[in-house]
Design a protein around this ligand. Structure first.
Ligand code: AHR
Length: 550
């Protein structure tokens, strides 16, 4: 046999072998993933892995701030263990002071000597959970112990960038200019820089991210889109730069309100054009009644409704592109997560506090996957909220501290930060379930409830590449079935693969102060051969595959 002929024959034999082998694998696999290395999406901005802290319930007081004299280990009053954990997950950015609180907050109350700061009525004073608390509760009447200096210190200790939301409902653009001046004017240049220096911070904070209001269609002022775009102009026109190039985030729609988006962008880019905002804020909570008491149908329903974040991102992007053809503005999903009724908070002062189960970890994980898959559209996201609140990573009270399964998700997904998202296709049998649709998702069962047959994707995830490292994160939302999964790496070979898995045999599983490690990650086996990686995803699990490309 001629050498050429031999090579041809052996190539055919080789491909037949691989084809056969792949068919054999395909026959035994329940699920398939194709990672297309040659189809990059965009760099995943680390800020997609951001957090949110509001003066609400136990988030700031008891959560972040324990005070310098506390027996709880702290650095300048800030909870030490929290900071260590934020560094571990490379928290890139933290949003503050709200939320709805932001549009009732006067930043001047929170600067200068702490013992001289005024007490004010907290935005959340009339919340039913707050009403049960005594009037001495900081959750009702804000002592302003934690202000701008403490927040920036918290960010600096955690290696995160501060993202501050301005009060558009009740303060003026001048007051906003002065807050920027307080944070960013050079040492000893202004009276506010001197006040900052007197608190021990001569050097400017160089805060880049500024939210122009919060939910301006609702608690942030009940504005119409026209009114809000006028406010946006007034608040952002000629704000001093101080060499920081501030990045303004405009207050976007309530969930899928495309009209709000269209009217805002038409106004500021067409009717009377100004510089487009850096970010367009989008909020999307997935509401259900109970954090711990739920059945399989409820879990699938939450998953199904949680995936609406993807459609919202796509719909907003389309609406924005009508006026912002170059896509100068990208999306900032600065509040998201599953949100339940009260009853599972670890302390009565923790308004909106809730337990976090495997169900929430799954929603949080596939939401982060959605952001990765739309890395060209989403430039920041902030999970609501960091600690003792809605979709928290931490539950703490006084000296008790636990991480929730959401923390494990952020820990696993940190590998995506700054990597290049690449297209990946996920296929597995879809999950069919009966969803109970209520006129009001929050409310008790009532007349008008109807059942709808729905279908949920059986496998979700995202992929990114950093040099030779391919990170693939995957969610199996099925509550009973494991997925024997075959991953095809198109355009490369897998030299080795390892897996980390967050799973439990019970979707209700969660950590408590008594059992802090009931849910945690484990290493698992993944097999790499040529361009194929094989791995079994347990039921109701989140997994990270780290694949080294050759
Ligand atoms: O995160 C709790 C609240 O939800 C925020 O204050 C507000 O922005 C949203 O409605």
């Amino acid at each position: 046999m001629q050498r050429r002929e031999f090579l041809k024959t052996s190539a055919i034999a080789g491909s037949a072998y691989f084809l056969f082998r792949n068919r054999a694998l395909a026959a035994t696999a329940d699920a398939h993933i194709e990672v297309l290395l040659g189809e990059p999406i965009a760099t995943i901005q680390p800020e997609i892995y951001g957090h949110f802290t509001e003066h609400l319930g136990g988030v700031i007081y008891d959560g972040v701030w324990v005070g310098e004299k506390s027996s709880v280990p702290n650095v300048r009053g800030i909870r030490k263990e929290l900071v260590e954990k934020l560094k571990a997950i490379k928290a890139p950015v933290i949003r503050w002071p709200g939320g709805c609180f932001a549009d009732s907050y006067d930043w001047r109350d929170g600067i200068g000597p702490r013992d001289k700061r005024p007490r004010r009525t907290n935005f959340w004073v009339d919340d039913p959970q707050a009403q049960k608390l005594p009037n001495t509760a900081v959750q009702k009447f804000e002592p302003n112990t934690f202000g701008t200096d403490e927040f920036v210190d918290f960010c600096h200790q955690s290696n995160a960038e501060p993202y501050i939301a301005a009060n558009v409902r009740a303060l003026s653009p001048l007051s906003f200019d002065q807050w920027v001046e307080y944070c960013n004017s050079p040492a000893h240049s202004t009276t506010y820089a001197d006040i900052r220096a007197a608190s021990g911070h001569a050097d400017p904070y160089n805060v880049r991210y500024w939210g122009i209001g919060n939910e301006s269609w609702g608690c942030g002022g009940n504005f119409t889109p026209e009114e809000y775009s006028n406010e946006y102009r007034r608040f952002t026109a000629w704000v001093p730069d101080y060499g920081v190039d501030p990045r303004f985030v405009a207050s976007g729609p309530n969930q899928d309100d495309v009209d709000w988006t269209t009217q805002f962008f038409e106004d500021i880019l067409h009717r009377r054009p100004i510089r487009p905002p850096f970010g367009w804020s989008v909020h999307n909570y997935t509401n259900a009644l109970e954090a711990l008491n739920f059945n399989d149908q409820d879990a699938y329903s939450l998953f199904y409704h949680g995936t609406s974040t993807e459609a919202i991102i796509q719909n907003m992007w389309t609406a924005m592109s009508v006026f912002d053809r170059e896509h100068q503005t990208r999306m900032v999903v600065d509040e998201y997560g599953p949100w339940y009724g009260p009853g599972t908070e670890v302390d009565p002062t923790h308004i909106f506090g809730q337990q976090i189960t495997m169900r929430d970890a799954i929603v949080t994980a596939f939401t982060l996957d959605i952001f990765n898959r739309h890395a060209e559209k989403v430039c920041m996201a902030n999970c609501a909220q960091l600690i003792n609140c809605i979709d928290s990573l931490f539950l703490v009270h006084e000296d008790k501290f636990i991480v929730t399964p959401n923390f494990n998700v952020f820990e696993m997904y940190a590998a995506h930060q700054g990597a290049k998202a690449v297209r990946a296709e996920f296929s597995a049998p879809s999950i069919s379930f009966t969803d109970i649709v209520k006129p009001d998702r929050w409310g008790p069962p009532r007349q008008g409830e109807r059942s709808v047959q729905r279908s949920l994707n059986g496998l979700m995830g995202s992929a990114s590449v950093n040099g030779k490292e391919l990170t693939l994160t995957v969610v199996n939302p099925h509550l009973a079935d494991a997925l024997n999964t075959q991953i095809a790496v198109r355009g490369g070979n897998a030299a080795s693969a390892s897996a980390t898995v967050l799973a439990s045999s019970d979707i209700h599983a969660h950590n408590t102060f008594e059992q802090p490690n009931a849910v945690t990650t484990k290493s698992a086996q993944a097999t790499a051969s040529g361009s194929t990686v094989s791995f079994t995803l347990p039921p109701m699990s989140v997994a990270k595959l780290e694949i080294t490309l050759s």
